[in-house]
Design a protein around this ligand. Structure first.
Ligand code: FAD
Length: 400
């Protein structure tokens, strides 16, 4: 049992060393808050990739990490959606082109291992960040502060605790914030591929009866794949030898990128969702997967988390400028009010798209087909969808 040390006082203590926690700590430190980050370095290797949209890239630029991440990230210039359900009513193919919004790209796709390594490096040297290489085992919420107890025996006191400790958040439980859980009868197989044909910066999403099958560009002739399958179907794919799974995936991709070669392990993630009933409590704010989890469809999860961080930083900076308590209830309520609708609409949109593929109901197929038809044929509607896909509200405020 580690010995308890004397508490150190901070403006903000961030708990969790995933991308949300590290980006939040860098953002708060940059805004001038004394920040403690309780996180273990060099966690489990993460073979996934993450696609981040323009607004998220801007946040990475603001905190000074983007040039290093950009070196190993691939541009996403176009997004192609193909109805591969084989059903009676099939939607026409739709291509979203960033040039239509006068953008060079919608965003970038990157290896999580690269993203995490750059974030770790910057957190270790950032002014205003004190890194506590440990996990939090207990939190006490006091009227004027919160006190974190780390496994190493360190004690950290802060005006505000930011929970970025993932879907099983200990901080969320300590704050007595309930969650709603749900699951889907599917799993996402995730892997990276080398292919014989170039991707030209085009991400392609096939809508299949078991869920989306999405190829997302990586640098060179490589792409990441998220293949949403039934639980049994995912198990069958996982049991296949490399040569067989490569052929099967090429068949499902209709050979649009030529032949495939696996360049990573195949990982499987059960599809589930989680939503916290509140985003704040006494001296605590939730961000990232401690607040919301949904299936890896449409590259929305971390993008949503980065909008949590940007909004929280804005609210806290405004409070600090007015010499208000950054952990005070009024300040936290304002964060929650700003975030609620974005979190709800993203969670519902991902859920709806996934369920609309699973159901064979004709009215649902018709509605999905009509939506894709309009997206393909009607320019203003398509541009609105493109903007809304990247950030909430921008489709309405920026329309040309
Ligand atoms: C297959 C897949 C593909 C995805 N693709 C995309 C994509 O393309 N674009 C996108 O925007 N999103 C994507 N997502 C979602 C994205 O990966 C998540 O939103 C993101 O990883 C969540 O990060 P986080 O930091 O909130 O949580 P986590 O990554 O879960 O980090 C939580 C951290 O807290 C630590 N922790 C836990 N308990 C404690 C404690 N008591 N004390 C200290 N630390 C603790 C954990 O060790 C962990 O490091 C994808 C998700 C999946 C599953």
């Amino acid at each position: 049992m580690a010995k308890t040390k004397q508490a150190r006082m901070f403006d903000i203590a961030v708990v969790g060393g995933g991308p949300s926690g590290r980006i939040a700590a860098l953002r708060f430190a940059k805004s001038g808050f004394s920040t403690a980050l309780v996180a273990t370095n060099g966690g489990m290797p993460d073979g996934r990739t993450t696609a981040l949209w323009q607004k998220s890239i801007s946040l990475l630029e603001e905190i000074g990490v983007w040039p290093q991440i950009r070196e190993n990230a691939a541009q996403l210039r176009k997004m192609r959606m193909i109805d591969d359900t084989g059903r009676l009513i099939r939607a026409p193919e739709v291509i979203f082109d960033s040039a239509e919004l006068e953008l060079e790209e919608f965003g970038f796709n990157m290896l999580n291992s690269n993203l995490n390594a750059v974030l770790e490096e910057h957190c270790a040297t950032a002014k205003n960040i004190t890194l506590v290489d440990s996990t939090v085992t207990k939190v006490d919420f006091l009227p004027q502060s919160a006190v974190l107890h780390a496994e190493t025996g360190e004690v950290i006191e802060a005006r505000l605790v930011v929970a970025a400790d993932g879907r099983n958040s200990l901080v969320r439980k300590a704050a007595d914030i309930d969650v709603r859980h749900w699951s889907y009868p599917q799993a996402a197989l995730v892997l990276n591929l080398e292919h014989s044909l170039p991707h030209h910066g085009i991400s392609t999403e096939f809508h299949t009866p078991t869920g989306p099958f999405t190829l997302v560009p990586l640098p060179g002739r490589q792409s990441s794949l998220v293949c949403v399958e039934s639980v049994d179907g995912a198990e069958r794919l996982l049991e296949m030898k490399d040569a067989l799974i490569e052929m099967e995936l090429e068949r499902r991709a209709h050979s649009i990128l030529g032949s495939f070669k696996l360049v990573s392990q195949v990982q499987s993630f059960p599809l589930s969702g989680l939503s916290a009933t509140r985003l704040v409590g006494d001296r605590v704010a939730l961000i990232g997967e401690s607040a919301h989890v949904f299936p890896p469809i449409g590259a929305q999860g971390l993008n949503l988390s980065l909008r949590d961080i940007a909004d929280l930083d804005k609210v806290l900076s405004r409070a600090a400028a007015r010499q208000q308590d950054v952990g005070g209830q009024d300040v936290l309520k304002s964060y929650e009010a700003n975030r609620k609708s974005d979190v709800r609409t993203r969670t519902q949109a991902v859920d709806l798209l996934n369920r609309s593929l699973l159901t064979g109901l004709l009215p649902v197929q018709l509605a999905r087909g009509a939506g894709m038809y309009l997206a393909g044929k009607v320019g203003p509607f398509r541009r609105l969808l493109m903007r809304e896909g990247m950030a909430p509200g921008s489709g309405f405020t920026l329309s040309r």
